[in-house]
Write a protein that binds this ligand. Structure first.
Ligand SMILES: [Zn+2]
Length: 451
């Protein structure tokens, strides 16, 4: 079931090739951490984000080589029109073409970076000649006789049509998320395979991006594994809690996580202006009783809130509240930040959840009349995410590592009792999405090149 869904939602850019292999790698190690509460991914699409995914999927499959049938300059519009052999036209503004000349004078080849200076860019330029070369490239002679030559595939990928731009953005950022509820069967992979096999690592990161959570099994139950996993990607994110941090019941705890109490659903570290994007938690030792983990899909919950209680959603997406965190760990700290509980982008798409009840500040920088609407919104959101239908619970065992999207998921823990020989111990680490997506793109290129 996961495999079917994975094929459908997982990998537009690799849909017909690497995805199947990547999929097998993931499903081979599939398990149910807690069979009673976990079932297959819901087959019904629960998100409007999934509409049109076939178009996006097919549009971002590695493109067959494109041939140019004809080019012409539209001097009045100051655009070049390309007519493709496969049908269709693309338009490219002269200014953009001149700005993106790929010649060694305008581009530092070793860095693939622009060296053309803005002071040398004439944003009102015309062209002297546009033509198709013998090897099916597009050549432009500019009025100063500088010559630019553009590869047909390169141009095709940068077409300005809305569909092409959408496909390119999806290929770059993989922003199509697969929403889930309590029926999620958490995608699972083998820790060693992820460390040593590129296809397994790619499948892991794709699922981390699309689903938001991936379980890795088979890590040694000793400290240092989250750091190894971070090195597989690049480097981890240092915070005031250290390079990695030990989740244990500690005397005089400097964080509510370092107790044996229940932790309600939260995202980590909203007290930072730029909260960590990805979190790893490695179980080194589990408690004698209790200590089960809980997760919900924050993006899905926010969309449910938007649908069921638009006023509450609007309050959480527009009112910025204060977060604070003070103490000593890696060094001493006194953090303050201001965040909306739900971050939306310019298109209204939910892009980040910032919610940690422990570090939400008593300082509340809102006018009096907005205080009660804020609490009402917060409570409505909390009620939705705590419905049993929405929560996935699992019990980590020594050697398990859970990797998840900290901008999207809310996670919690049930209270626990440790016995002297069963002291609960998790090691955690943070990464940022920039580094994770960078590794994902590199792995995708490598896997595609090896096909
Ligand atoms: Zn040039």
């Amino acid at each position: 079931m996961w495999m079917t869904t994975f094929a459908r939602f997982g990998l537009p850019a690799l849909q017909r090739s690497a995805s199947a292999m990547a999929c097998r790698t993931l499903t081979a190690a599939c398990h149910r951490p807690q069979p009673a509460s976990l079932a297959a991914l819901p087959s019904r699409r629960t998100s409007p984000q999934h509409r049109g995914q076939h178009t996006l999927g097919s549009a971002s499959i590695p493109m067959a080589h494109h041939s140019v049938r004809h080019v012409r300059a539209l001097d009045e519009e100051r655009m070049m029109e390309v007519e493709w052999e496969c049908g269709g036209h693309s338009l490219y503004p002269f200014t953009w073409l001149r700005d993106n000349c790929q010649c060694p004078l305008c581009t530092l080849q070793s860095a693939q970076a622009r060296t053309l200076l803005l002071c040398d860019l004439d944003i009102h330029t015309g062209v002297d000649v546009v033509e198709v070369t013998n090897d099916n490239k597009v050549s432009i002679v500019w009025p100063d006789q500088h010559i630019s030559v553009f590869d047909a595939d390169w141009l095709k990928k940068r077409c300005f049509s809305p569909a092409a731009r959408r496909a390119m953005q999806e290929e770059l950022f993989l922003n199509e998320h697969h929403y889930w509820d309590s029926k999620l069967h958490i995608p699972t992979a083998d820790y060693q395979e992820v460390l040593h096999d590129d296809k397994a690592a790619l499948a892991w990161l794709l699922a981390l991006r699309r689903v938001g959570i991936v379980y890795l099994k088979g890590a040694p139950a000793v400290q240092g594994q989250v750091a190894r996993l971070a090195e597989r990607i690049g480097y981890l994110r240092l915070t005031f809690y250290g390079h990695t941090w030990q989740v244990q019941d500690k005397p005089m705890a400097n964080n509510v996580a370092y107790t044996s109490e229940k932790l309600s659903l939260h995202t980590d570290y909203p007290a930072l202006q730029f909260a960590p994007g990805v979190q790893f938690l490695h179980c080194i030792n589990q408690a004698a009783t209790g200590g089960e983990s809980e997760v919900v899909d924050g993006f899905h919950m926010a969309e449910l809130l938007r649908r069921e209680d638009p006023e509450a959603f609007q309050a959480l997406a527009s009112l910025r509240v204060d977060f604070t965190d003070t103490g000593t760990d890696y060094c001493d700290f006194m953090l303050q930040s201001k965040k909306c509980i739900i971050d939306v982008d310019e298109n209204g798409r939910v892009v980040r959840i910032n919610l940690n009840n422990a570090t939400r500040d008593s300082v509340l920088d809102l006018p009096l009349h907005q205080v009660q609407p804020f609490y009402r919104g917060l409570k409505a959101f909390y009620d939705i995410m705590n419905q049993p239908d929405n929560v996935v619970a699992y019990s980590m065992q020594p050697g398990d590592i859970v990797t998840f999207d900290n901008w999207r998921l809310l996670h919690g823990r049930r209270s626990y009792t440790s016995s002297p020989d069963r002291l609960r111990h998790l090691e955690g680490a943070y990464l940022d999405w920039d580094e994770v997506m960078s590794r994902l793109r590199i792995l995708r290129s490598a896997v595609q090149a090896g096909m």
